[in-house]
Design a protein around this ligand. Structure first.
Ligand code: FES
Length: 233
C-alpha cells in the first residue's frame, strides 16, 4: 500500500497520495477549493487561477501544485476570497455572458461561482468583445461569447489518431476556440453530449438539446457549486 502524505488545509489534517495535486487532494479530504479549468483525470492547464491557494505565503494554483509532506495550505481566507471573486468578475467582463438567455444557465460553473462568491457589479469595465458564433458542425454549436478559454475541451477530446478535436486560433486578446472540422465531422450524440458537459460554460452546446432540461431543475439551481464538498466558501 502506498504511503500517504500528511498536509494541512486551513489547519485541517489531510492525506494525499504521492504526486497528487493540492486540488484533487483537497476535494478527496472534503475541502472545497473552487476551480474552473480543472477536469479530474485530464492534464492540468493552470489557466483560470480560480483555485489559487497560499503556501508559505506564496499564491499558487492548487491544481498544478503537488502536495508535499507537512505542507500548510491556506484556502478559506478573505484575501483569496477577494482574489477569486476578482477573477470571476474579470471572466464576466471579458466575454459576453447573458445568463438569462444562455442554455447553460443553472448548469454553468462560472455562473454558479459568481453566485457562490456573491458577485454583484464587477469592479472592471465590460469590454463587450465582438465574437463569432460557429454553427457549422452538425452536432455542436460554438458560442465564443461565452468561452472562458479554459482549454477543457482541448485537453479532453482527441480522435482515434490522437488529433485534438478543439484548438485555439490566433493569439493574445484575439485567441478563440475552434473545432477541427475534419476530426469532428461525424460526432456521435454521446460525444456531443460529453463535449457540452465538459464545457464549464455555455460555449459548446449540443444542438437541439440545449433547453432539454427545464430551468429551475438544473444542477446549480438549488444547490451552490461545491456544496457536495462543503457548504463553507
Ligand atoms: Fe487551477 Fe484553473 S482550476 S488554474
Amino acid at each position: 500500500m502506498s504511503e500517504k502524505i500528511k498536509f494541512t488545509i486551513d489547519g485541517k489534517q489531510c492525506l494525499a497520495k504521492k504526486g497528487q495535486n493540492v486540488l484533487d487532494a483537497a476535494l478527496e479530504n472534503g475541502v472545497y477549493i473552487p476551480f474552473l479549468c480543472h477536469v479530474k483525470g485530464v492534464k492540468q492547464a493552470g489557466s483560470c487561477r480560480i483555485c489559487n491557494v497560499k503556501v508559505a505565503g506564496r499564491t499558487m494554483t492548487a491544481c498544478t501544485t503537488p502536495v508535499a509532506p507537512g505542507m500548510e495550505v491556506e484556502n478559506d481566507i478573505p484575501e483569496l476570497h477577494d482574489l477569486r471573486l476578482a477573477i470571476i468578475e474579470a471572466l464576466f467582463v471579458e466575454g459576453n455572458h447573458f445568463c438569462p438567455s444562455c442554455e447553460k444557465s443553472g448548469n454553468c460553473e462560472l455562473q454558479a461561482l459568481a453566485y457562490r462568491y456573491q458577485m454583484m457589479v464587477p469592479r472592471f469595465p465590460y469590454s463587450f468583445p465582438q465574437k463569432e458564433i460557429d454553427a457549422s458542425n452538425s452536432k455542436i454549436l460554438i458560442d465564443r461569447n461565452r468561452c472562458v478559454l479554459c482549454k477543457r475541451c482541448i485537453r479532453s477530446f482527441q480522435d482515434d489518431q490522437g488529433r485534438n478535436l478543439f484548438a485555439f486560433k490566433s493569439r493574445g486578446h484575439k485567441v478563440e476556440i475552434n473545432i477541427d472540422k475534419e476530426c469532428a465531422v461525424n460526432l456521435s450524440d454521446e460525444l456531443a453530449q460529453e463535449i457540452m458537459d465538459v464545457c464549464p460554460v455555455g460555449a459548446l452546446i449540443r444542438k437541439e438539446k440545449g433547453f432539454n432540461e427545464p430551468i429551475g431543475t438544473r444542477k446549480y439551481d438549488k444547490k451552490p457549486i461545491g456544496s457536495e464538498i462543503t457548504s463553507v466558501v
